[in-house]
Design a protein around this ligand. Sequence first.
Ligand code: FPP
Ligand code: MG
Length: 302
Amino acid sequence: MRQLNSEEFEKELSERVEKIELILQEALPAHITMQKTIRDAMEYSLMAGGKRLRPLLLSETYRLFGGEDMQQIHPFMAALEMIHTYSLVHDDLPAMDNDEYRRGRKTTHIVFGEDMGILAGDALLNYAYETAVKGAAACGQPERGLKALEILSEKAGVYGMVGGQVVDVELTGKPLEEEQLDFIYRLKTGALLEAAFMSGAALAGAGDEELQRMERIGCLVGQAFQIQDDILDIVSTTEELGKPVGSDVRNEKTTYVSLHGMDAAKKAVEEYSQEALELLDSVRGENPFLATLITALIHRKK
Ligand code: FPP
Ligand code: MG
């Protein structure tokens, strides 16, 4: 598939991310009285300026399959980013990674207290489904909305992100076998990326075979993404990442890099991404921005 040159890509990327920021801001709960603190904590974490990768992948896959009514997918884009954000808020809690910095600023529980940190995550998760269900009911083709909801809920839950996090938490401090590390990466990080590709396709009316192909692409991108995360934890800086580097070594975590070495890790990122791009070529439709975005993830610095 054709790729954009870096100038075209950067321009389109910043336009799209700007649009996502607006969608997220508008999706936040509006009718607040005494429970204002929770809205503030939701806004603090949701509007902290991440890469917005998951809503981007959802909307670009929707376009790839010929989807045109962008308004219709906004609730799903917002819901997916809310689920991602809740997972980060909970992951940073003292009971899990106990992290004080994320996306260049203090984590939610540091600013709002541990109780509100827990509740902010709970609120974002519930509000994600509230938003997506309303989106599904309002969209012209509710069966497509329902399919997207099924994908989202499955990939975020026991068979997806939560399942991966459970194994990660349980095995923390123990040396991991390759198979265990793969399982954690595939579920903890990969599942939400699979959800982005699959739900975007489902909302555009893709069939089962196409959904399976998008799931595979999401899985490959997820592996590449997580391995790149491991690499950046070693080679990047705190300023660039917005969170402390070297935490994997400090916490004695088994990562792809500690298991296979830096060179193999870099090679794996290239190979998984290449395979994802080849698969992308095999689906109907054309989206040079999406192909360029996947390529850009290999070289990402944060
Ligand atoms: C960084 O995403 C996040 C990951 C690589 C996934 C980590 C997964 C978890 C912490 C799962 C936690 C799950 C539970 C249930 C607590 P990113 O680089 O896209 O971050 P950004 O949005 O800040 O750019
Ligand atoms: Mg963590």
